[in-house]
Structure formats: structure tokens, C-alpha cells
Design a binder for this molecule. Structure first.
Ligand code: ZN
Ligand code: ZN
Length: 82
């Protein structure tokens, strides 16, 4: 019986590649540890959907592929009213 066929090339669940996206200028970084702010404008980076917390795995995406929420929407709130 082939009971020990373990997929060696399978990536670990924790090694999933996630991008850091800037909600202000859409600049993105490669999910480096310790990087919290956009190196272009200084805004706080996001690495997951503000609505449903799905990791951003596409650096060119502007909207969440799951809930449709805009990644840049979070930034807009601070400029309204007042
Ligand atoms: Zn930025
Ligand atoms: Zn979402």
C-alpha cells in the first residue's frame, strides 16, 4: 500500500503570499514583515480586505474578489464631514 505519499512540493498554509496595498495611492509591496506604511505616500498599508478580511493576493486588485468592497474605501472616510 502506498500510504506514505506525501506531497513534498505543497506549500505550507502559513507561507501564502500576501501583498500590502496602499489604500491612498494604490502602491503595493510584497508583504514584507515589518512594513506598515506606504513608501510612496506614508499611508497605513492594508494586507487584507477591510470588510471580510480576505488576504490581498493580487497586487493589482482594487476591489475585493469576495465581497466586492473597495480597498481604497477605508481612506475616504477621513475626509468626509467636519
Ligand atoms: Zn501610498
Ligand atoms: Zn472583502
Amino acid at each position: 500500500m502506498a500510504d506514505s505519499m506525501k506531497p513534498v512540493s505543497a506549500p505550507p498554509a502559513t507561507g501564502r503570499f500576501v501583498f500590502d496595498l496602499c489604500p491612498a495611492c494604490s502602491f503595493f509591496a510584497g508583504g514584507e514583515e515589518g512594513k506598515r506604511h506606504c513608501t510612496e505616500c506614508g499611508a497605513a498599508l492594508i494586507h487584507e480586505c477591510p470588510r471580510c478580511a480576505v488576504p490581498i493576493d493580487n497586487p493589482y486588485a482594487k476591489h475585493c474578489g469576495r465581497c466586492g468592497g473597495a480597498y481604497r474605501e477605508a481612506k475616504e472616510q477621513g475626509r468626509r464631514g467636519a
